[in-house]
Design a protein around this ligand. Structure first.
Ligand SMILES: N[C@@H](CCC(=O)N[C@@H](CS)C(=O)NCC(=O)O)C(=O)O
Length: 202
């Protein structure tokens, strides 16, 4: 059975969402994000980050790698776009953008806003990262401007999970004014999916 170490709004939500969309059996090991992790967890992931996915002997700790792994090893699934499909380049682009371009830099904002000293919460770095986030989000806005519902291959894919999660992260950080309307409406469509609703309750 696939085991996902999960805490509500963390990137493990991407993994649980993918498993729900695919209809995969999985179990959740709930992690209290603010509590020190047990040695068992650190043995799996010395980086001490979420998510962690265990599937037999396989242990993965990068959310997008896990999405692709689940699609490839536990598919076939329409959630993954294959190299010979026309939508493959955009699939790759937005799958990676969701973390590398959009979410990863936000860790500096999360760390500073939640754990930093009071006089640092709106420091220069926080401003720079938020400005960079808003600029990169224009790639998503432009992609959606022709009215398409999903980012790649004219269907819901792991790229939508990747980017859709990150828009939710920005909302949780109250960056609503940085999210263009088209991107906000896109996110609303994603979170209305029954699989997302189940994942959010997991
Ligand atoms: N690139 C990794 C990022 C993992 C990550 O930063 N996870 C956050 C939770 S959403 C975390 O564990 N942060 C704690 C830390 O960095 O110490 C992924 O996509 O899984």
């Amino acid at each position: 059975m696939i085991k996902v170490y999960h805490a509500g709004r963390s990137r493990s939500l991407r993994v649980v969402w993918m498993a729900e969309e695919m209809g995969l059996p999985y179990e959740v090991a709930a992690v209290d994000f603010r509590a020190p992790r047990p040695p068992e967890f650190l043995a799996l992931n010395p980086a001490n980050t979420l998510p962690v996915m265990v599937d037999g002997p396989v242990v993965l700790t990068e959310s997008l790698a896990i999405l692709q792994y689940l699609g490839d090893r536990h598919g076939p699934t329409e959630l993954v776009v294959r190299p010979d499909e026309p939508g493959y380049p955009e699939y790759l682009q937005f799958l990676m953008l969701g973390e590398a371009g959009l979410a990863a830099p936000m860790n500096a904002v999360i760390g500073t806003r939640f754990f930093g000293p009071e006089d640092q919460k709106d420091n220069w770095t926080v401003g720079m990262v938020i400005e960079g986030f808003a600029r990169r989000l224009k790639l998503v806005e432009r992609r959606l401007e022709d009215g398409r519902r999903f980012l790649a291959a004219d269907r819901f894919t792991a790229a939508d999970i990747s980017v859709g999660y990150t828009i939710g992260l920005a909302e949780a950080l109250e960056l609503h004014d940085k999210i263009p309307d088209a991107v906000r409406f896109y996110r609303e469509r994603l979170v209305a999916r029954p699989a997302f609703q189940r994942a959010a309750a997991a």
